[in-house]
Design a protein around this ligand. Sequence first.
Ligand code: ATP
Ligand code: MG
Length: 418
Amino acid sequence: MGSAERYNALKGIQDIFPPDIYIWQKIEKIAADVFSVYGFQELRAPIIELTDIFIRSIGETSDIVEKEMYTFSDKAGRSITLRPEGTAPVVRCYVQNHLYNLPFPQKFFYSGPMFRYERPQKGRFRQFYQIGVEAFGVADPTIDAEILSMLRLFLDTIGLKELSFEVNSIGCEQCRPGYRKALYDFFSNKFDNLCPDCKRRFGVNPLRILDCKVDSCIELRKGTPRVTDFLCNECKEHFHTLLFLLQTLNIPYVINPDMVRGLDYYTRTTFEVTTEHLGAQNAVAAGGRYDRLVEEFGGPPTPAIGFAIGMERIATLLKSSQKQEVPAPKVFIATIGAPAEKEGLVIADKLRGQGIWVELGYADKSLKSQLRRADRLNADYVFIIGDNEINSGIAKWKRLSNGSQGEISMLEIFDFLK
Ligand code: ATP
Ligand code: MG
């Protein structure tokens, strides 16, 4: 080995390891359980795709495409991008594999890392994890309500409270032109004061200006025409039906007419779940309808809706609001001397074969230090084996949780634990 060099993970990218990993596993388990009672099945799409897949779907003027994508050329010179979000790959997979031929509607969930070159800060990373869902084939707002009810059940089951559901409708291709025109008119005499990004957005997609985080643009936005005032009759009815269904399901919501979301593919329903407990990065989940996207990927006209949950933000909330549960071994076998260590290994092997978590004390450590380790691991039962125990076939046991103790034939340990 040469001189020791220190390597660190890339900026804005974190490792996840015990004990935090148990929170992550809990979130993933609850998500899979909750989503499955709504009929969602897991889908695993790749992490890398052709760059074009994201540009076309997310939109050229979105923050993601303008400045946040991890894009590189592969050895054949193709432009490849690490997925910045999960919907475009799922839609690509849906169309490529003709999943629209499956029984209708098709409902999927996914989880995994996403990559965005953002300024790292609290709640904002360059590699972050999302759990997301996508439902294909239903235009009826009933499924919008189901999706929001599923998100609520997930958050409830996980034990998160004081969350706010913000909803909006950003209309369809019928009402969008009217709203775009109103935005052109509104921003045209403010153009000179827009930030350089928004000057560009003005020409391509003025909706994006509503998403800009630059202070002067936020100031200029006061009194912006509201998208909900420009909805066509169908979109209006769709939105009102959704609101009615949310009331029916007792899902408390707030209408936020300024929420246009940062991705171009959205149509009609958009929503965000926010919390007051995370500071500036306050959105824990977000989503909406994307009724045109499947067609844009070359599939049949297929309305669709989905959301994505930000794992890091959920994990942070759980960490600060709940006692962390760390799993503990059922059995710790402390051993004194080589023959006992061998016997301990054999017993451990049998118990593990029965699905019992066993930790072994290694006889090169003193009994005292082995027991200290059992204690630190929070083992339920400790068995102690030495030469005497091997000769008599009887081991001493102690239960750490309540201090009870006794002796047991080594042949009967499994039955005893049962
Ligand atoms: P934000 O407004 O926080 O940038 P966004 O509109 O970019 O969010 P989406 O692309 O809709 O977010 O992603 C859905 C969720 O994923 C967000 O609500 C958030 O919880 C999480 N998320 C997005 N970007 C990051 C990131 N860089 N680091 C950690 N979590 C993120
Ligand atoms: Mg963002």
